[in-house]
Design a protein around this ligand. Structure first.
Ligand code: ATP
Ligand code: MG
Length: 646
């Protein structure tokens, strides 16, 4: 299935009942630009502030006058917004549906129960001496306690730092140390795909390298884990001794809400800091707009809460909107590769949001496992995390969505707090592979290497010329790194680090990170483009493309190719793939080297780490950089050993 329309118009019936149709979208974009104070003040009413802000926006990206403040005299509490304010109308409605790794385990938590659980966890934290402004590291599996812990921190004004449960003791230690957490919340063990993750043991190992005063241990599998006297606290015992009511700490809009480390695709992870008012507003507003969400709908974002996607669209966005969020502990291929769709059917999921890496992995298994399920509850599909190749987009649309569901391809970053560029289901014509249009208030600019604005249909580097409420406010402990990383490359603008193309209709296509744009004989090309062409070939499951120094062309094209199960790698196929790319894109895009790759190096959030592939292609094997966020380091050894010419 390699063809299909290039455009998918908006269904008029959907537009008629959507939060925003095309006319409203265009009007909002103009209002946000021309009268920002009035526009955002009006939108900010969606939150239930203790004290409504009178100062709305105070922003300058200039070096000598740098500041980013939103709603700065507003007072609110995120736990109040996500829990308490819904109690009068929704006490008995489901806030969280939890689906365990084992398909036999699932449970529903009402807003009333959520309130009691969050209060209890908040009181336990207080009893352990945690106060407003203190950092708390959360290292939990995808269980409801992860959401309770985040909201409990928010309730008492503590700053959480969630660390994905797949990280090693060393990575965990680095993150505890970096933000100076004195308390770690963990579980005895996690379970993913039937395999046990020794969370408590990892914390014990991490704390030989970093310091913390308290480890609060949630019993999940019930395994017998060693507890250290004076440091470790059994959560159930502590929770039994505290009240299930706890007041919400009044927080200033600009008080920090959390710290979260980026995925590490491009280098050492950054401790991204988000604040209370702007972040929560952005998570809530974008969740409603982009997914056209209404309370009562079951919303499932498959991301782990260890990533920003899990923060904004598993926990904060859906709960701020009084919604029902599904939390999944497991993985897409356990016990079978139908698991995602079985969960959709069991819980009547209406909105499903996942990553291209998951879609491509399931695509490899063919249509059968999808078609074995109904998926008739689904109303909308979404994707995030990497550019989605049109081939994967079409499979998602036609096989998963039976051709009847819009797909929102959402571009954003840990730094942006929530979605910035995405189709709106009632407003935007879809194009496979394009994130389409910025949300109202999002001012994009494409620039060349010198920072000159490029207009019309062009390719270049993606910047933002103005702030939005969900923008990060700092790199924890390193204000200078914040300015230098994002605002010094192109003065006066936020530089995303991503390359981007704008087409004749003004739609945006993210071409990958700027480092991944290659220059072959003077032609600039996004690696994503060449990868998409390779994946179109019937033998190819996944591909990663990087540049390497080439005597004649300046840069040559080096392609790592993972074949579909059962396909044999040989010279004929290699020639066939080169010819295929030539026909799809043109001779300029012909790969110079194709290396067969049984696996690709990925971050723990599932993104291909091209910087390592670049080093291998350049034969710079002694200095592979920070590999601490790699999911499976063995993949790298394999690629190094089988490098053509090695
Ligand atoms: P690090 O910043 O540590 O290198 P990272 O950039 O992978 O890691 P994230 O904040 O998780 O960390 O990812 C944001 C990046 O993911 C974006 O800058 C972009 O490159 C990519 N991305 C996210 N969504 C999309 C999308 N819909 N289309 C294309 N690229 C996307
Ligand atoms: Mg990044």
């Amino acid at each position: 299935m390699t063809s299909g329309p290039d455009r998918y118009p908006v269904d008029p019936a959907r537009a008629a009942r959507a939060h925003m149709d095309r006319a409203a979208h265009e009007a909002a974009a103009i209002a946000a630009r021309e009268t920002p104070e009035a526009f955002w003040a009006e939108r900010a009413k969606r939150l239930d502030w203790f004290s409504f802000p009178t100062r709305i926006k105070d922003v300058s990206f200039a070096k000598d006058d740098f500041r980013i403040r939103w709603f700065e005299d507003g007072v609110l509490n995120v736990a109040h917004e996500c829990v308490d304010r819904h109690l009068p109308a929704r006490r008995d409605e489901t806030a969280i549906i939890w689906e365990g790794d084992d398909p036999k385990d699932s449970r529903r938590i009402t807003y009333g129960e959520l309130h009691a659980e969050v209060c209890r966890m908040a009181n336990v934290l207080k009893a352990q001496g945690v106060a407003k402004g203190d950092r708390v590291t959360i290292y939990l599996p995808m269980i409801p306690e992860a959401a309770y812990a985040m909201l409990a921190c928010a309730r008492i004004g503590a700053i959480h730092s969630v660390v994905f449960g797949g990280f090693s003791p060393d990575s965990l230690a680095g993150r505890i140390e970096d933000c100076g957490s004195k308390v770690v919340i963990t579980a005895d063990q996690g379970v993913r795909g039937g395999k046990v993750v020794p969370l408590k043991a990892n914390v014990d190992a991490a704390l030989t390298k970093a310091e913390a005063d308290r480890v609060i241990v949630v019993r999940h599998t019930g395994a017998d884990v060693p507890m250290r006297d004076g440091r470790d606290v059994d959560y159930a015992t502590a929770a039994a001794g505290v009240s299930d009511d706890c007041p919400c700490e009044p927080m200033n809009a600009e008080d920090p809400l959390f710290i979260l480390y980026t995925s590490g695709s491009t280098g050492k992870p950054k401790g991204v800091m988000h604040t209370t008012g702007g972040y929560l507003f952005w998570a809530s507003w974008t969740h409603e707009l982009v997914f056209d969400y209404r309370p009562g709908q079951v919303f499932w974002c498959t991301a782990d809460v260890g990533w920003v996607t899990g923060h904004s669209y598993v926990v904060y966005g859906p709960l701020a909107n009084g919604g029902t969020t599904l939390m999944f502990e497991g993985v897409p291929n356990h016990p079978t590769v139908s698991r995602f769709w079985e969960v959709v059917d069991r819980h009547r999921v209406e909105i499903f949001y996942t990553a291209p890496t998951a879609i491509r992995a399931l695509m490899r298994e063919g249509e059968g496992p999808v078609k074995a399920t109904r998926r008739d509850s689904l109303k909308l599909l979404g994707t995030v995390g990497e550019p989605i190749n049109p081939e994967a987009w079409r499979w998602y649309h036609e096989v998963v969505g039976e051709g009847r569901l819009p797909i929102v391809d959402t571009w954003w970053q840990t730094e942006t707090g929530g979605v910035l560029v995405s189709p709106l289901p009632g407003a935007t014509e879809l194009k496979p592979g394009s994130a389409t249009k910025p949300l109202p208030g999002v001012e994009l600019q494409i620039v060349d290497a010198e920072g000159h604005e490029l207009t019309g249909a062009v390719s270049g580097n993606l910047c933002l010329t103005d702030s939005w409420p969900g923008q990060m406010r700092g790199v924890w402990g390193d204000p200078q790194r914040f300015f230098d990383t994002y605002f010094s490359t192109y003065p006066g603008r936020y530089f995303t680090g991503d390359g981007c193309r704008r087409d004749e209709d003004g739609d945006y296509w993210i071409t990958g990170r700027v480092d991944d744009v290659i220059n072959v004989s003077g032609h600039r090309m996004g690696t994503a483009e060449v990868e998409s062409a390779l994946v179109l070939h019937e033998a190819v499951a996944e591909a990663a493309v990087v540049g390497f120094p080439h005597d004649i062309k300046g840069q040559g094209i080096y392609a790592y190719v993972t074949l579909k199960a059962g396909v044999e790698a040989n010279e004929d196929l290699r020639r066939d793939l080169v010819a295929h790319v030539r026909t799809e894109i043109g001779p300029i895009a012909s790969p110079d080297v194709i290396q067969w790759a049984p696996g690709l190096p990925k971050t723990r959030s599932g993104k291909i780490m091209r910087r390592i592939l670049r080093k291998i292609a350049e034969n710079e094997l002694s200095n592979l950089g920070d590999t601490s966020t790699l999911a499976d380091p063995g993949v790298v050894d394999e690629l190094v050993a089988n490098r053509p010419g090695a």
